[in-house]
Design a protein around this ligand. Structure first.
Ligand code: ADP
Ligand code: GLC
Length: 478
């Protein structure tokens, strides 16, 4: 069994902007359940300082060098179940309204990574493996290997780097090589950390980690191509024999329609028809939709960005408005998408509801109360929303890409297999045809619909299988 430190920029139950937080909130516990010693390190954001500070324990204070100054670091910790969480505290860098999106993000996360590396020394804690997630922690393998190789305590550590979304790469100007990262300029010149003339945290993670993973087998293949590679495909191809695709799971204790505190009515596989119908009626009422058990309710819970495929919906604005469905949309993001959804709601009150914002509880009620869940992504490394829908007996309609392809099996009308609906090409007609097929099954083959719902609820969306694959991966490094 290994001692593993996970380094990430967000994680439940403390802070979340997307699926990364769900993974950091659930994978460590699943690995700890298997016998590994797992710890997690996160920045101490304002939200955590405000909500959890009284529960945190002081661990250490020291400094790291950023911009040729010694900058203070304070480490706190809290244990949740079997997993210890460390927090890197610096008010100026992290106690801000948002997590990311600042001009000094490069400096902020260079600081975080340096603080994590020095934390091991300060706490005299030497994990076998540091498992880094996404660009915000991509420099850790490089910084350890390039600047601590003569110290055997550091040199013995192995590194796993997980790509949750290749789109976000952490590419910054070349000047930060020395000033923030404390690395020699020849690593820029020889190309090790250089990308597009600057420093790339993502590229460095891919190049220096001992193993690279991404969050589904299909995405691990897609990113080797120019279509999905976000200009990193050449680097990824160099490391393709160390690249694993391991599909995400969800925390099935949190996502459980039989106990979920956000739901007005609870249900399991046996009581699904009644419970879901009650949750649907309650949701229709809550969102100002016509309360009608017979009309098909289509849900969306998402960041509203081009990644998620909503431009296909905008292309079919009229057809969607005329289709015999209701739409419940929860999300925030790009103005063009928000404005179109707002127009759709204004023109079709009672049939379309667009709730602009982030609302955890409402998300649970949409997963439970909808009949169909729409996720026509342009690309999707894994996707957790379709897993939540499956768990709640709501059939996902997805594009066959990344983790969506690996987790949703399309309806087969002959042998009644499948747990949802899917289409192949990023094309609005294909999406609309697939939606029309789903509408047809819903209204004209209700027995088949029930079978698909049962298949959905029977699908294992827990971490069990994938935690075993991570286990094998760690084994190869030990
Ligand atoms: P991504 O990480 O690319 O945004 P995922 O499907 O992996 O996509 O994870 C998204 C997570 O965030 C899911 O748990 C989903 O329920 C949640 N989520 C997304 N948008 C919202 C929102 N507006 N309100 C509440 N939860 C949301
Ligand atoms: C990213 C991806 C999403 C994935 C999540 C967790 O946000 O966009 O597909 O599910 O990370 O791995």
């Amino acid at each position: 069994m290994a001692s593993i430190l996970m380094a990430a920029a967000e994680g439940l139950p403390f802070v979340k902007t997307g699926g990364l937080a769900d993974v950091i909130g659930s994978l460590p516990a699943a690995l700890a359940e298997m016998g590994h010693e797992v710890k997690v390190v996160l920045p101490l954001y304002k939200k955590i300082a405000e909500k959890n500070f009284q529960d945190l324990t002081y661990c250490a204070s020291y400094t790291v060098n950023i911009n040729y100054r010694e900058v203070p670091v304070t480490i706190y910790s809290q244990t949740v179940g079997k997993v210890a969480y460390f927090f890197v505290q610096h008010q100026g860098y992290f106690e801000r309204d948002a997590l990311y999106g600042y001009l000094d993000d490069g400096e902020r996360f260079a600081y975080f990574q340096k603080a994590v590396i020095e934390m091991l020394n300060q706490l005299n804690y030497w994990p076998n493996i540091i498992h880094c997630h996404d660009w915000q922690t991509g420099m850790i393998p490089c910084m350890v290997k390039e600047t601590h190789s003569s110290d055997s305590r550091y040199a013995n550590i192995k590194f796993v780097y997980t790509i949750h979304n290749l789109l976000f790469q952490g590419n910054f100007g070349p000047e930060m090589t020395d000033s923030c990262l404390g690395l020699p300029y020849y690593l820029l010149d020889n190309g090790n950390i250089r990308f597009d003339g600057g420093v790339s945290f993502m590229k460095s993670g891919i190049l220096y980690a001992d193993k690279i993973t991404t969050v589904s087998p299909t995405y691990s293949q897609e990113i080797l191509t120019p279509q999905y590679g976000e200009h990193m495909e050449a680097v990824l191809n160099m490391r393709r024999y160390d690249l694993w695709g391991i599909v995400n799971g969800i925390d099935t204790a949190v996502w459980n329609p039989n106990t979920d505190p956000a739901l007005p009515y609870h249900y399991n596989k046996i009581t699904m028809s009644k419970g879901k119908a009650q949750d649907k009626a309650a949701l229709q009422k809550e969102l100002g939709l016509e309360v009608n058990p017979h009309v098909m309710l289509v849900g969306v819970v998402s960041r509203l960005t081009y990644q998620k495929g909503f431009y296909l919906m905008l292309e079919k604005f009229q057809e969607l408005a005329n289709a015999p469905i209701q739409l419940a949309i929860l999300g925030t993001g790009e103005d063009a998408i928000q404005n179109a959804f707002r127009d759709m709601e204004n023109q079709h009150k009672g049939k379309v509801c667009f709730y602009r914002g982030y609302n955890e509880d409402l998300a649970h009620r949409i997963y439970a109360g909808s009949d169909l869940f729409l996720m026509p992504s342009l690309f999707e490394p894994c996707g957790l929303s379709q897993l939540c829908s499956l768990r709640y007996g709501t059939l996902p309609l997805v594009r066959e890409t990344g983790g969506l392809k690996d987790t949703v099996t399309p309806y087969n009308e002959f042998d009644k297999t499948g747990n949802g609906f899917s289409f192949s090409n990023y094309n609005a007609d294909e999406m609309m045809n697939t939606l029309n097929n789903a509408i047809n099954v819903y209204y004209n083959r209700p027995e088949d619909w029930k079978i698909l719902q049962m298949n959905a609820m029977n699908k294992d969306v827990s971490w069990q299988n994938s935690a075993e694959v991570y286990n094998r991966l760690y084994d190869t490094l030990m």
